[in-house]
Ligand binder design. Sequence first.
Ligand SMILES: [Zn+2]
Length: 306
Amino acid sequence: MSEPRCAIGIDLGGTHLRWAVVTPLGERLYQDRIPRGREPEAVVAGIHAGIARCRERFPAVVGAGIAVPGIIAAEGVTSNNLGWHDFPLQQQLEDISLPHVLLNDMAAGAIGELDCGRARGFKNVIFLTVSTGIGAGIILNGDVYRGANGFAGEVGHTVVDLNGLLCGCGRRGCWEMIASGTAHRRRVREAFQSGTWPNLTDEPTPADITERARHGDKAARALILRTARYLGIGVSNLANLYDPEAVIFTGGFARNNWDIIHDYLDNEVSEQAFSPNLRLLLTELGDDAGLVGAAALALRAGDRGK
Ligand SMILES: [Zn+2]
């Protein structure tokens, strides 16, 4: 049996370095992972090992895509998650005898959803993660938009409140300071400390709040919808900037609370944004979006090289 057309996707995630051999339909023919080292040497060795193992099993892979949680510039990779500043990852991978491409993990997730997931059939899409922070992968006319310096998609650092909290980026009132999972957790703590749930002895986790909201706890539901309201402001801003057909949500807050927030968020955005038919959808690929998208980009590059 001949080997199907496929490429390698690699994702440098929060805890693991993951790899997969992926077909154009997004099918994972093989995948595995190892704990992700933090030191650049360990990460580079892990990438080489992952590619080698994929090629042993699928010698005809057309290329590899590597999704990195950071900014990829000509000088190197800068990543808060990895603690890297201008690390020359590109040069460290030059000896891989296989076409390969580096891309930001949000951009990878966007391509994954576009080619193999929830955004199939769309051409202009925002892939939005609402987690500890807020970030986006932006697809314009069917291709990922990186910007002049690779910063495109840093949507969490757009100011929505002139008098808001000081953000780690140095600005005040960034969107992610009020609409991220971290902001939600902060408001849960404040509500607990102010005696909202007098019967609770320990501070509830965000997962506890979601459960409580599903079981009729009005205060818990109100906290989640407050974050949804702030999300709606920023999503409407993005809708007016880019006029996408869809926004695909991922990240812990969005995924865990989707059933609670969707209709509310949809209503907020339809009242605020110009777009008459913007679709707000949940990720289809989940944790694998970056992995699949990295491979999908390698497959795209392979198509162009033919
Ligand atoms: Zn900021």
